[in-house]
Write a protein that binds this ligand. Sequence first.
Ligand code: ADQ
Length: 475
Amino acid sequence: MSSSAEASAATSGESQFVVVANRLPVDRVTNPDGSEGWTRSPGGLVSALAPVMRKQDGSWVGWVGSPDEAPEPFHSDGMDLVAVALSAQEIQDFYEGFSNATLWPLYHDVIVPAEFHREWWDSYVQVNRRFASAAAEVAAEGAIVWVQDYQLQLVPMQLREMRPDLRIGFFLHIPFPPKELFAQLPWRRQIIEGLLGADLVGFQREGAVGNFLDIAAKYTSARPISSNQVAVDGRRVTAGAFPISLEVEEIERLVDDESVQARAQSIREELGSPARVLLGVDRLDYTKGIRHRLKAWSELLADGDVTPQDAVFVQVATPSRERVDAYAALRDEIELEVGHINGEYGTIGSPPIHYLHSTYDRRELVAMFMAADVAVVTPLRDGMNLVAKEYVAARVDNRGTVVLSEFAGAADHLTGSVLVNPHDIDGLKAALLEALHMPEREQERRMRAMRAEVKDHDVAWWADTFVTCLRDECQ
Ligand code: ADQ
């Protein structure tokens, strides 16, 4: 892992492959000699793209994560990193505002109301243009540019206007809503026109592709030319589903590691060696269905269907977007409910729920997956949900069950899970009991099938399929 910044080799017009994402895939570190450097942040996206980046003089355009900071372009770990600066005001308006308090709720079924503010929109337009300009500067003639996610939906068209020679792809990591919800957005036409600047627009699920094509036909001049293509200004734009996945080998290597195995064992012991362990791992986000899950668990305890000696629930909730009001309120609600459950049903040394508001490294997460009998993944809406796939990847012993929301993209692939509608609390309780009591042979049958699916369709497969399609081979 490179941690020091060398001068960038390709600062302008030399990159054949450019990724544009809200965040750069690096975190700042202090080296042993006291100098400052960068280390690659963990994550499937960067691991999947690193080989393509290395082969093709790749550049990654993104924000470093703190206000007003934009180091000169530098080379790290086989790619050129090009930083885009955001001011404190832009972080509030573009990022916390329009991205996370307008688009995020609107694209997730309006679980909390979406807020519409014109100054947030103005900032979104301006910041998107800055990302587009940075990409236009580093991309070589005819290069491939792959724009990522909901924060940057205007970049494809802005970039096309600056550089019509480029081949532009866009991938949305979150759901894309039906037109009945999308229609609320005062800037609905501009967002769709922004996306139509791409040659290929990718989504997690087929349903999102249908929503996008429907909305494009309603609000723009795009005209359908086939089941997944539209014509816009004499160009052809393709839309398709490209379900994201993870680096299975990285997880399997950790499962193989004796110290991770020992840690999994000690987690069980620290929990008091209960008969069964249920595990939830989520960003603390209202889309993840944590409240519904806790309600179901609380009712199972109240009904006497489970006791803290039978089973313990571990809920890991990663701190997330704490400056956005809805997230602060959610944290309070969840912590109140956890306190209620433990106060009501726990005994000394046997709380029925362990709540951990913290971020963990991959080793600890994998040890938790190995220690858990049931993964509880019950979002109210989720583009894909990688935690469900990570749990499956970690169960090389073919044991364990997944309780999975039908509203997560992962439900299309992990068909051996116990599928639930997380709004149906009785259904959720029944699913948790089914998972807790599933015979080992049945667990094995289901887990084998799910592991085969995840191994066949890993994150490298996802990136290859998208990039191959973008290079004009699926048009
Ligand atoms: P997220 O909403 O962040 O991603 P998810 O797909 O579950 O959701 O990814 C979360 C990642 O963070 C997982 O890799 C998980 O292991 C990790 N993580 C969670 N809690 C952690 C903790 N406490 N410590 C350390 N790591 C933790 C968005 C979309 C998803 C889509 C992904 C990828 O909302 O639907 O699957 O992008 O496209």
